[in-house]
Design a protein around this ligand. Structure first.
Ligand code: FMN
Length: 458
């Protein structure tokens, strides 16, 4: 029998959205450091590969009203990860930072610093951001259409790579006689000019323990997939179901060869939620309750408005779907004013939902509970361990980024019940064997691009 694939597991700090159940009596602060520390320590105790923070740079709004769940707030990613580096030792620290509203020099400096401070545990999830509202926070406004966001993301990643590689790792040499440290005069030099950037100078953070931080990508479109295949180390995907996961896995891994990359150089890690119970039946009951808590009547109307692209506040969430069709014009409800488009045709979605609602007698809220709530793994610890293992062995994923629905204790039960079962089967590490995130993920340290061969220091 061939050796089973090893599973990678990561912990997504609960999101500022309706997946997180704030009405749960166990729900705590989303801001206080103790919440982040508890969550990170639990993930590290369970020997997870990394902790993951998503990013949102503005309180979201719809119809002039802030989403009620967003007001829990979202502190700055680098500040949180740097603080977590000090209270953990092995777990990787992944931050989502967009390439649309930042500058390469600053982002490279922040990640290189985090990589040093954490002893080689930094990872960057490069996103382009989907809502145009966010741009209004920044001096350029909501300024880039989807295609231009990816073109900037590519150039941004190239520029930061050049910055990370502007130190080759052998610039600082101890002079044996004087005992002083001497720097290579070429250290940190960079120059870059393309359609998005015109920058030159000297980067002031030496190469970190991982060479470069691990790079994640989280876009799903054709462009997003190509971007990932060309340069990312891992993908944070939304395809956690078996068949969809297998199709996505094959698609993206199949794109690697043309970039001269091997299949194991890019890990596919879907986001996955879970609901545990003592038995499968108990877990199913709990999962039903969780879904109902995640989609209140008000949330259901907001979700429907995102497809209908209209103000539906006058509709009763307990009543039937609107008779009017979605507004096919420019999508302004949830994403702001710029031209960030929906992937699916809203009229087709409306048709599909009407048929479903009619066939099963569903109200607006029932339908939204049915169609919006993502519950990936539901069952006893054994069922969930079996399912995760079988999905990874079937190449639907290389592992999962778990999104608990309670902050900050939502991972505790998983760590205590599912992880030991995976360890018993020999498909998940019993302890860390390396110290960097690249070690945990089985990724090599990239040599500096274009590094001129250097004479070994004598
Ligand atoms: C699973 C997943 C997670 C994402 N997480 C974030 C995030 O935390 N912050 C953000 O600004 N954008 C996030 N995005 C948005 C992407 O960066 C991108 O802007 C969006 O998906 C549109 O690109 P696409 O058409 O290639 O999917 C995420 C996308 C996906 C698929």
């Amino acid at each position: 029998m061939s050796t089973p694939k090893q599973i990678h597991l990561a912990a997504h700090f609960p999101g500022v959205n309706n997946t997180t159940v704030w009405s749960d009596p166990a729900a705590g602060s989303h801001i206080e450091f103790s919440s982040f520390a508890h969550f990170a320590r639990t993930a590290e105790r369970a020997k997870f590969d990394f902790l993951f923070l998503a990013e949102g740079l503005r309180l979201r709004e719809q119809g002039g009203l802030i989403y009620d769940l967003d007001v829990v707030g979202r502190p700055d990613t680098f500040t949180v990860l740097a603080a977590l580096a000090a209270v953990t030792e092995r777990i990787g620290l992944t931050g989502t930072i967009n390439s649309t509203f930042n500058e390469p020099y600053e982002v490279a400096r922040q990640f290189a610093s985090l990589d040093h401070l954490s002893g080689g545990r930094a990872a960057w999830n490069v996103v382009t951001s989907w809502d145009a509202f966010t741009g209004e926070n920044f001096r350029r406004g909501g300024f880039l259409a989807q295609h231009d966001r990816y073109s900037r993301a590519r150039r941004f990643l190239e520029a930061t790579t050049e910055l990370f590689d502007s130190w080759h790792g052998d610039e600082i040499v101890a002079d044996k006689e004087s005992g002083r440290f001497l720097a290579d005069p070429a250290a940190g030099a960079f120059r870059r000019k393309d359609e998005h950037f015109d920058i030159a100078g000297r980067f002031n953070v030496p190469r970190g323990p991982q060479g470069r931080p691990v790079v994640f990508q989280a876009g799903d479109s054709e462009e997003g997939r190509e971007f990932a295949a060309s340069g990312a180390d891992a993908i944070f995907s939304r395809h956690a179901e078996l068949e969809a996961g297998k199709a996505f896995y094959q698609d993206v891994k199949g794109r690697l060869a043309k970039y001269g990359r091997a299949r194991d150089e890019l890990l596919i890690l879907p986001a996955a939620t879970f609901v545990l119970g003592d038995t499968d039946a108990e877990a199913r009951d709990k999962a039903h309750e969780v879904r109902r808590s995640q989609v209140s009547g008000q949330t259901a109307i907001k979700l429907l408005e995102q497809v209908w692209n209209r103000d539906l506040s006058a509709y009763d969430p307990q009543g039937p779907l609107p008779d009017i069709d979605p507004d096919p014009g420019e999508h302004t409800v949830a994403r702001g004013r710029a031209s960030v488009r929906m992937h699916r045709d809203p009229l087709a979605v409306a048709r599909e939902w009407r048929q479903l609602a009619e066939a099963e007698g569903l109200s607006i809220r029932d339908l939204m509970i049915r169609t919006s709530a993502r519950q990936t793994f539901v069952g006893s610890a054994r069922t969930i361990a079996d399912t995760i293992d079988s999905f990874v062995q079937a190449e639907a994923a290389d592992g999962f980024i778990l999104v608990p629905h309670v902050t900050p204790g939502g991972l505790d039960e998983f760590a205590d019940s599912v992880v030991p079962l995976l360890q018993e089967r020999g498909v998940f590490r019993a302890d860390y064997t390396g110290s960097t995130l690249r070690d945990h993920l089985g990724l090599r340290i990239p040599p500096p691009a274009g590094a001129a061969p250097r004479e070994a220091a004598s």
